[in-house]
Write a protein that binds this ligand. Sequence first.
Ligand code: SF4
Length: 347
Amino acid sequence: MSKFSVFVRNIQLGGGAPVRIQSMTKCPTDDIPLLLREIKTLEKAGCEIVRIAIPNHKALESIPILKTKTTMPIVADIHFDYKLAIAAIKRGVDKIRINPGNIGARWKIEEIISVAKDFNVPVRIGVNAGSLSKEILKKYGRPTPQALVFSLEEQLKIFEKKNFYNLVLSAKTTNPQETIEVYESLNEKFPYPLHLGVTESGLPLQGAVRSTSALAILLYQGIGDTIRISLTGPAVLEVIVAKELLQSLGLRVFGPQLISCPVCGRCKVNLIKIAQRVERKLQCFNSPIKVAVMGCVVNGPGEARFADYGIACGKKSGVIFKKGKVLKKCPEDELAKELIATIKADL
Ligand code: SF4
């Protein structure tokens, strides 16, 4: 957890605030109706900060509209053109992400700093393994963790020289082990909030595993103030994985926790179908209840009893538990419905 904190609209990052979830929209930024729909879906799923790409001046037009249509903080992602960063700030964006390495001349970065200071807008210095300068690559041979940290340190000096501290730092690579090394080093060296992520981590299943393999280790050590799981898939999945990760680590509580057995040859019901039904329906609840869906009598009753609610199945049927007590026996097809009705009646 960083010593310093910044505010992105009304959301605090660092300084003891909960680890925040962010994602990035995937539709063209200048398609405002589509962009708004994507942002609303993300917001509903639990996203707390959303980043939008600003590749050109037309994309800037979305910023004032988004500011009136959503309360979620908006971050403008800027590459190459310092004028876009300045214009995004002036149009009311809540934070900008720049990779100073591709902004160019130092004076351009200083211009951005000056405007960000005037508008009290935080800046994320987001270094990326894929865009290190030629000089740094020559010095380190490849984008090593040391090269990433060095690059970020170099950029940071420009900001600190201008007494600008409204900062969030990130240095992303595709390699989970190197991600751990980079962020442990950033955490040791700098007091600024850290944005964690494994970049370009792949399709949803592989990407979720690759991202969490690094992020879990960092978060467990108290490193990281905001996370983005970057997946080649719908942005909403990034939020779902992030929530699951934070809740699994006990860092945030978002809602019910489903425990379901992996199924084996003892199971005499279609447990996967039952668990999927229960999972879908549980999304309507916010309470941090523990719900167990178990396939047979071996571990079933035990797990179901220690959960707040549960199902333990037998042959084509099962029993519903509540706080350790059996409530009723139901046929297989009614188990999910009955379990949800039981929960609904209590909450
Ligand atoms: S609870 Fe029963 S069905 Fe499920 S994995 Fe364990 S032994 Fe197999």
